[in-house]
Design a protein around this ligand. Structure first.
Ligand code: ARG
Length: 461
């Protein structure tokens, strides 16, 4: 079988089965735009350095642009015997330009091409992902505004803990996804370095100008050391780690809403366009989209694992194993993007069932901690107050009542220092009003957060 990477060293052709086994064009063709951008920058630099004539560089760049348009239009025939995207494009150039096309690969290798294509691709995806994450944040801010007066129980250990505004819950996710955006932008700084010109491993003896190529491709700096950069995939690991954290955040959110949409909780109504039925049980409205977001998170994390194990045992510099990075990278990326698309629509379409929530919001002693803090404000040491409120909770449990339903004399029997004013912090509404710390669920704190997020997200657009 014909293979352009086979030099005169070889005795005979490669076995046909090897071609099939080693090809990556099946999955790396999606890098074509970035591969061509890299080749155009490389050709321009070769001309500047006198390694191509201006006419040759012009022919190469024009033909590369034509090839790009053909691929874009679906008119380009990829050939698996040409292994990968780099050689498919180079061979198309050679087919059209002959010896001039054969000059493009001067001073570079597929090793630095592959890593540079990936850097360009990931950089572009980070910018798109940032927009998607901002939309999701905006959906949570809108949700917070819609639910500005709804009070829900906050759970720790999935046991009722303290009352919070539903808006506060929504803004927790707004902040999580903001950290994800920060992490991506930080990752982008390390992605945004040019590996072209490191060639196979040692650099080149030809007078190339790496800085010129990096500038044309709008990289901020060089991935400098040729041994490191030609086989570097650290930036892929980092990107897929960032994707994994996003997926985990989505999975946590999906888990909340799956539980909340059960008959037992009945906190939330999911948009029916994003639920599915059962083929046997006619009454079922299943949260399959949320379940799949949770399920697909395992794929993303699995892909991170694949990548970590892929690079773990490699001898320094490029090894062909690295070709296996792309299926894992692409799958992690595609999975997170599709989960985000679903999440944005579901957050936009969901509604809290405030009546159902408020029906039993006074159960579970959500105001116990606030009552303890009331005693602390009265001068009682926290540990003593904690113990005492525990006794009152026990009393209320025995009486099948809430704390607010205990009489003043019942309260005073255990804690004589309690007076009428305690009823000002008991009950969920009062408890919410009592909050005051920065970042808490206090109404003014939450309103301020909503204002700040809206301003931030609107000015970004
Ligand atoms: N397709 C390969 C990859 O994705 C790049 C080819 C490098 N091949 C080589 N024999 N040096 O990593």
């Amino acid at each position: 079988m014909f293979s352009p990477s086979r030099s005169g060293t070889f005795d005979g052709n490669v076995d046909d089965r090897v071609g099939k086994f080693t090809e990556s064009i099946g999955f790396d063709q999606r890098l074509y735009e970035h591969d061509i951008a890299g080749s155009i920058a490389h050709a321009n630099m070769l001309a500047k350095q006198g390694l191509l004539t201006p006419v040759e560089a012009g022919q190469i760049t024009t033909t590369l642009a034509t090839i790009r348009a053909e691929i874009h239009a679906g008119e380009f025939q990829f050939r698996s015997q040409l292994e990968d995207i780099h050689m498919n494009i180079e061979q198309a150039l050679i087919d059209r330009l002959g010896d001039v096309g054969r000059k493009l690969h001067t001073g570079r290798s597929r090793n630095d091409q592959a890593s540079t294509d990936l850097r360009l691709w990931i950089r572009a995806q980070i910018d798109l992902l940032d927009i998607q994450l901002a939309s999701l944040q905006m959906a949570f801010v809108d949700f917070a505004e819609r639910e500005s007066t709804t009070v829900i129980p906050a759970y720790t250990h999935l046991q009722r803990a303290q009352p919070v505004l539903a808006a506060h819950y929504a803004l927790a996710f707004c902040e999580k996804f903001d950290r994800d955006r920060e992490r991506l932008l930080d990752c982008r700084r390390r992605v945004n370095r040019c590996g072209l010109g490191t060639a196979a491993v040692a650099g080149t003896s030809l007078p190339i100008d790496r800085v010129c190529v990096a500038k044309e491709l709008i990289f901020v700096s060089l991935a400098l050391n040729s041994i490191y950069a030609s086989g570097d995939r650290d930036f892929v690991l980092e990107y897929v780690f960032c994707l994994s954290v996003i997926a985990i955040h989505l999975s946590n959110w999906a888990e909340d809403w799956i539980i909340w949409s059960t008959t037992e909780f009945n906190f939330i109504s999911l948009p029916h366009e994003f639920c599915t039925g059962s083929s046997i049980m006619p009454q079922k409205i299943n949260p399959d989209v949320l379940e799949l977001i949770r399920g697909k998170t395992s794929r993303v994390i699995g892909n991170l694992q694949t990548l970590l194990v892929l690079v773990k045992g490699l001898p320094t510099a490029y090894n062909r194993d690295l070709q296996e990075d792309k299926p894992a990278l692409f799958d992690a990326h595609d999975t997170v993007c599709s989960c985000l698309e679903m999440a944005i629509a579901m957050v936009q379409g969901a509604r809290f069932n405030s009546d159902s929530i408020s029906n039993n919001i006074e159960q579970g002693f959500l105001d116990a901690t606030t009552m303890m803090e009331y005693l602390i404000k009265q001068g009682m040491p926290q540990r003593n107050a904690h113990y005492l409120i525990g006794q009152l909770v026990r009393l209320a449990m025995n009486e099948n009542s809430t704390l607010a339903e205990l009489s003043l004399s019942q309260l005073q029997a255990l804690a004589p220092q309690i007076d009428e004013s305690v009823y000002g912090v008991l009950g969920v509404k009062n408890a919410i009003s009592a909050f005051q710390s920065v970042g808490s669920t206090a109404t003014d704190q939450v309103a301020e957060q909503v204002r700040r997020w809206k301003q931030r997200l609107n000015t970004e657009n």
